[in-house]
Structure formats: structure tokens, C-alpha cells
Design a protein around this ligand. Structure first.
Ligand SMILES: *Cc1c(COP(=O)(O)O)cnc(C)c1O
Length: 451
């Protein structure tokens, strides 16, 4: 099976690189020569001649996985085996003692905060540079999310700013491995030890990423993963928790299963005093088992392509790939994050740079903004429940505490992303990304006038 898969991938890749290499070589020689190919914006040819791989990836294996569940008539995990099987495989893949599948990454985080009984009056420390779900799971419990500014070089939570954000009310530290690259875990873990606060890792983008050879999600009390359609492991919607703590695993199970400890329906009280239904379906569990046969190869490919792309982009003045911390032995590269300095592009704005790249056949996004300044978030100071729980002064102080100047600079002017599926392409795809950027740099003033 593995040999077959590898062979198929090999044939596919060589086919892609075969075409790409010829064109890529031609472009490269032009780009470094005296008369570079013009950008598309100015009437030239696309730098990206192929198409990036489409996502999701599946074949008859996934079809069979879904049909098997359909025919079995066992569609719910209670009293059945497919989700159990997925959990067994996912914990093994991650080297964790326990795995609990849930209905989403958000559900995984909610389950862990529920198991820790986080509630009104509590504070949870989170990075400002993250998907809004990290914030939402805190406010769903009427707790206060406390933003920590970004490390502009890595895009990750600035671990040096976590301790000053901690107060007597802090109940959890919730770092995110944003883009699939590990946050600075050594520093974060030492803060956890010093303060005795539990660490919950939001690893929703970081499937299989490693810190010093160990998979992320294993470092805190628990780690959350998402299997939402855009993520590196996909069942449409879905999530999982991994943990190495027996009693936390049981409390999480109970919380996600209406407070019940049993594996079948019927009230069978477990630990904790609150719960809900956040179970994964058998369809999703079995689909994930099929998708997992591809995940290691896909992860390695993204990592190799991303490292190659970084090597190419590091040679372009004004383009700076996000730094990986030294403990990183594998990044999941859910996002390829990098910074753009327009002063090296004759002042060409970031949005015009994105548009010019798009016309070269290369999707690019400016990514997350300043969620701490968004009306959705600042409006919390007027929420009647928050006013009742915390009072007006605390809520106004909270707004003050939310300042994140480094993140303002990062997201306001510099941050850019490429997407995980682009990194499943060939080396030629990576070369053509770099070539497109060099072209845009060379013709920046003309592009600025034309766009
Ligand atoms: C996707 C994501 C989530 C939420 O996962 P869902 O499965 O979409 O609920 C949480 N945190 C981060 C950082 C994510 O990227």
C-alpha cells in the first residue's frame, strides 16, 4: 500500500516537475538576465505556469470509508467502533496517551475549558494573532480573554509577554501554534511550571508539528486539533483533544458527552458538573482514518517545500519568511507566513502586491487582522452579562490592557500568507512563486501606476 502510494506520488510529481522544470528554467534565466519577463499586470506571461494541487485529496478509500459506515447503520459513535478506531490511531500518530474526538477544533477547546471549569470571573491568556475561535471559546464561558502581543519575527505569541499578562484571576494559558509552527514552548512551559497554571495548546493548525522531536499537543495539559475542511487533516468538520493525563481525559470525555462517563446512551454520571454534546460522527471518524493514510507524506512534503521556498525568498530584499523557533523539528505549515516590506518594492502597497501576485497565478492573503481592535471584540465592554459580572471599570481597563503594538505593525502593513495546499505542489511551483515576486519587485513602480 505504502509502496503504491509513493510510486503514484512519484509519477505525479515527476510529471508536474517535468513540465514545470523546462518553463521554470526559462523564466529563471530571464529573471536574472538583462531583460526580465514582464509581470502579467504589464502584459507579460504568468510566472506560475501550472496549477496548485486541489484540496481535499481523496480516492476510493474515502468513498469506501463513508459507505462502510452508511451500510453499517451505526452512524453515532455511542455503541460503535469507527470513532474509537480513529482515536486509537490518532493518539498513536501523536505519541499521546489519550485522544478524544470532538465535533470541531472549537469544540475541543470548549471541552477542555469546560473540563477545567473555566467560568465568569476567570481570565484566559491567548495570543492576539489567531483565528477568532481561540477568543470565542473563552467568551462562551463568560471568562475574560487576555491578549498577548505577537513576536513579529515568528508571528507567534510573544512568550516574553505572557507573564506580565497573568493576574490572580488567570486560570489557563492558551498558546496557539499559529500557521502550524510551534510557539516558543520552552519559555511557555517554564511559565506554566512557575505559575502552576494549566497550559492548553491550540494546535488546530499544527497537526504533526514537532518541538524537539515530540508532537505538539503533548506539552500542555491538553492539545486541540481541528479537522475543518481547510485544515491539514480534513473531515469537513471535526476535532480532537490529545492529553497524557488520565483524569483530564475522562473529564473531557464526560463534558463532551452530556456529563456522562459511559460509552453508550443512558444516564451514567461521570466527573464534572456540566456537559454538552460535542461528539464526532462515525462518518467523520472513518473518513479521518482514510485521510490519515496521507497525512504524514503530505506533512513532510509541505515542510520540504516550505523550507525550499524560504531559502529562495530569503534572497529577496523586503521579503522575510516567519522565523521558526530553535526547538522546531517539524512545522505543519498550515500557513506559509511571511512579511512584506514595501520600501524594498518602491512603496508598492501590500494590497497591490497581493493583486499583482494573484495575476501571476499565485494566491496570497494578508491573513488575520487586529482582532483586539475589531468591533466584534471591543463590543464585549457593552455586553450586559460582562457588565454584570465584571463591572464597567474592569471592562474599560480590559480594553486598555488589550493594546498590542507589535501585532498592529505586523497585521497592519507587513503580514502575508500562502496556503497549505500550495505547499503540496512541486519544487517548480516554489521557484515560480519566488520568480513572480522578483518580477513584481523589478517592475514595482510601473505596477503601482497600472493597478
Ligand atoms: C480552525 C481553528 C480553530 C477552530 O477549529 P474549527 O474546527 O474550525 O472549530 C481554532 N483555533 C485555530 C487557531 C484554528 O485555526
Amino acid at each position: 500500500m505504502t509502496a503504491n502510494l509513493n510510486r503514484r506520488n512519484f509519477i505525479r510529481n515527476s510529471a508536474i516537475s517535468g513540465i514545470g522544470l523546462t518553463l521554470g528554467a526559462a523564466h529563471t534565466s530571464f529573471a536574472s538576465g538583462p531583460t526580465p519577463v514582464k509581470p502579467v499586470v504589464l502584459g507579460g506571461e504568468k510566472a506560475h505556469t501550472g496549477v496548485f494541487p486541489s484540496w481535499p485529496v481523496f480516492d476510493q478509500k474515502e468513498e469506501k470509508a463513508l459507505n462502510d459506515v452508511l451500510q453499517s447503520k451505526n452512524w453515532c459513535r455511542l455503541g460503535s467502533t469507527k470513532v474509537d478506531n480513529f482515536e486509537a490511531q490518532y493518539k498513536k500518530l501523536n505519541g499521546a496517551k489519550h485522544c478524544l474526538a470532538t465535533s470541531s477544533g472549537t469544540s475541543s477547546l470548549s471541552t477542555m475549558l469546560g473540563a477545567l471549569d473555566v467560568g465568569p470571573g476567570d481570565e484566559v491568556v491567548i495570543p492576539v494573532y489567531t483565528f477568532i475561535a481561540t477568543y470565542n471559546v473563552v467568551t462562551l464561558n463568560y471568562a475574560l480573554p487576555i491578549f498577548v502581543d505577537s513576536d513579529i519575527e515568528s508571528f507567534q505569541i510573544d512568550a516574553n509577554k505572557i507573564e506580565p499578562a497573568i493576574t490572580k484571576q488567570t486560570k489557563v494559558i492558551m498558546p496557539v501554534h499559529i500557521g502550524g509552527s510551534p510557539a516558543d514552548l520552552d519559555k511557555i512551559l517554564s511559565i506554566g511550571e512557575k505559575t502552576k497554571l494549566p497550559i492548553i495548546e491550540d494546535a488546530c493548525q499544527a497537526h504533526l508539528a514537532e518541538w524537539k522531536g515530540k508532537k505538539v499537543g503533548n506539552f500542555g495539559l491538553g492539545g486541540a486539533f481541528s479537522f475543518q475542511a481547510s485544515k491539514n487533516l480534513n473531515s469537513g468538520e471535526g476535532g480532537a483533544i490529545i492529553t497524557n493525563d488520565d483524569s483530564f481525559a475522562q473529564t473531557c470525555y464526560n463534558f463532551h458527552n452530556q456529563g456522562q462517563g459511559g460509552r453508550v446512551t443512558g444516564f451514567n454520571p461521570g466527573s464534572g458538573t456540566r456537559g454538552t454534546n460535542l461528539r464526532l460522527t462515525e462518518f467523520q471518524g472513518n473518513l479521518l482514518v482514510a485521510q490519515m493514510t496521507r497525512v504524514v507524506e503530505q506533512t513532510n512534503r509541505r515542510y520540504e517545500n516550505a523550507r525550499y521556498l524560504s531559502k529562495l525568498l530569503n534572497d529577496i530584499p523586503g521579503i522575510t519568511p516567519a522565523k521558526l523557533y530553535e526547538g522546531t523539528t517539524l512545522s505543519a505549515y498550515h500557513l506559509y507566513m511571511f512579511r512584506y516590506d514595501k520600501s524594498f518594492f518602491d512603496g508598492l502597497s501590500r494590497s497591490k502586491f497581493i493583486e499583482a501576485l494573484k495575476q501571476e497565478g499565485i494566491p496570497c492573503s494578508k491573513g488575520y487582522g487586529m482582532i483586539n481592535k475589531d468591533a466584534y471584540v471591543t463590543g464585549l465592554v457593552k455586553n450586559k452579562h460582562y457588565l454584570k459580572i465584571y463591572g464597567e471599570k474592569t471592562m474599560n481597563d480590559w480594553l486598555e490592557r488589550n493594546q498590542c503594538p507589535q501585532n498592529d505593525k505586523l497585521t497592519g502593513e507587513e503580514s502575508l500568507w500562502f496556503f497549505q495546499y500550495m505547499l503540496l505542489g512541486s519544487k517548480t511551483d516554489m521557484e515560480q512563486i519566488a520568480e513572480a515576486i522578483r518580477k513584481i519587485q523589478k517592475y514595482a513602480p510601473e505596477i503601482d501606476k497600472s493597478l
